[in-house]
Design a binder for this molecule. Structure first.
Ligand SMILES: [Zn+2]
Length: 240
């Protein structure tokens, strides 16, 4: 069975970035696991939530968002929000352990620049790269960073040169699920953001850079699992 593992820093990162991609793969029979490193207790608040209730509230919102995206397996590391850079070794070890247990063929995470520039985002990507490289056996096979193409990145967000993008996934049929995922994060997503996502041009496209692969790939790709089905492990664990 194909398995995809998505790893992000905060509750809501999954819905903002790869939400429609996650919904697409979950809807097409891929087992999707979402790992979120923190409970989002240090983020900005829309509306009123008592500070001591924020972590529990955001964990519930994350579960609701995951359900909206069709994800059944959600794992929280509960590391300190805003403090991932200082916990990079713990983070990399926790990710490596989770990947060794889940054994996804494909792993997806943040742009190493963080898109918004949040240091936790970059810390997660560095930890995922480290974990991927320590798992020397045959799983996972491919690692992607979700990116915004420079040609369309709004002011204030980090774009990636369009030439660097290896993979474009069409996700128009899953736009409504992405918006439902965003809507679940009521303590941090306002109506203006929902309207902005609803108004993105069609077809909705998610962009990725394949930063690691243990299977041969042909660029450009339109599927995160391209090349995975044909891959057969050899006795030594390397590619056939
Ligand atoms: Zn975030």
């Amino acid at each position: 069975m194909n398995q995809l593992c998505a790893i992000f820093a905060h509750p809501d990162d999954e819905s903002f970035s790869a939400g429609a991609t996650l919904a697409r793969y979950a809807a097409t029979g891929v087992r999707v696991t979402l790992i979120t490193a923190t409970s989002g207790e240090a983020g900005e608040v829309v509306g009123t939530v008592e500070p001591q209730e924020l972590a529990a509230r955001r964990e519930r919102e994350l579960q609701e968002a995951a359900a909206a995206l069709g994800i059944r397996d959600v794992r929280l590391f509960r590391l300190p929000d805003g403090g991932l850079t200082d916990r990079s070794a713990d983070l990399a070890m926790a990710i490596a352990e989770a990947l060794a247990e889940i054994r996804p063929q494909v792993v997806l995470t943040e742009d190493i620049q963080g898109i918004t520039g949040h240091p936790d985002h970059s810390a997660v990507t560095r930890a995922v790269l480290c974990a991927f490289d320590t798992l020397e056996d045959s799983a996972p096979l491919k690692l992607y960073e979700h990116v915004l193409p420079q040609s369309v990145a709004p002011p204030g967000l980090h774009g990636t040169p369009d030439d660097y993008i290896t993979t474009v996934v069409e996700v128009e049929p899953w736009r409504a699920q992405q918006i439902a995922g965003l809507r679940a994060h009521r303590s941090q997503v306002g109506d203006d953001i929902l309207e902005r996502f609803a108004g993105f041009p069609a077809p909705l496209l998610d962009h990725y850079v394949c930063v690691r692969t243990r299977v041969p790939i042909v660029i450009p790709e339109d599927d995160l699992f391209a090349g995975v089905a044909e891959w057969k492990p050899t006795a030594s664990g390397g590619a056939a």
